[in-house]
Write a protein that binds this ligand. Structure first.
Ligand code: PLP
Length: 237
């Protein structure tokens, strides 16, 4: 627990160094601290250390944490944090998701997109989302295949309740971060192609890629949103 603030500082330093290697400013990279499986106390510790964005992968788990976290932030006079949904979203959880999350990273079907749009319109809101892409070809992974993205984007234009603001991908679990470099580079290339198409109302503001194992490689390949859990919460050996 005591190590959390130090871990946070060292992760920020590693992000800054990787940003420097790719010719970007440290603060152009947004860090989402992934708090799935972490206790309220652990989350309070990272928030006190300066974390502003937290990520959960399940709606139900986030619901249990949302109120306690927000009341403790209010009690200590700290600014509210932003909540990111990084895991798979089921359509029957969309309503609850929109009540908590400011960015949904994991949209991978038109049916889900349509439901998010419908619920967001009901709330007179435009939901910001990222399209999850399966860049590794693993059958076990969620995400659209790259070749299906343009068709998806064309059809997405009819849903005014959502705003697509970027792409997300997950690398392979591997002991070597280099294994995921081609996947990360392919996501960046895809985002550049999408930008070149100039779809009205679609932006490629965010490239969400990179976790504990591979965030530095992801940043070198253009990530500006990294999702990190273990490097912040776990004791380093
Ligand atoms: C758990 C998770 C992360 C963080 O993974 P770490 O290896 O703990 O850094 C990032 N993204 C998603 C989608 C996750 O489920």
């Amino acid at each position: 627990m005591n190590q959390i603030p130090d871990n946070f500082i060292s992760v920020k330093e590693r992000i800054a160094a990787a940003a420097g290697r790719s010719g970007r400013a440290p603060d152009s990279i947004k860090l989402v601290t992934v708090t799935k499986g972490r206790s309220i106390t652990e989350i309070q510790t990272v928030l006190a250390a300066g974390v502003t964005d937290i990520g959960e992968n399940r709606v139900q788990e986030a619901q249990q944490k949302y109120e306690p976290i927000h009341s403790s932030l209010a009690a200590s006079g700290l600014q509210m944090c932003e909540w990111h949904l990084v895991g798979h979203l089921q359509r029957n959880k969309v309503k609850s998701a929109l009540e908590m999350f400011s960015l949904i990273h994991s949209v991978d079907s038109l049916r889900l997109l349509a439901e998010i749009a419908r619920r967001a319109e009901g709330r007179e809101q435009q939901a910001e989302i990222l399209i999850q892409i399966n860049t590794t070809g693993e059958a076990s992974k969620f995400g659209l295949d790259s070749e299906d993205v343009f068709g998806f984007l064309e059809k997405s234009q009819m849903y005014s309740g959502v705003r697509i603001v970027g792409l997300m991908t997950m690398g392979m679990l591997s002991s070597s971060p280099e294994v995921n470099r081609p996947a990360f580079a392919s996501l960046r290339t895809l985002s550049e192609k999408i930008t070149a198409e100039k779809f009205p109302s679609i932006t490629m503001q965010y490239l969400s890629m990179g976790m504990t194992n591979d965030f530095e490689v992801a940043i070198e390949e253009g990530a500006n949103l990294v999702r990190i859990g273990r490097a912040i919460f776990e004791t380093t050996i």
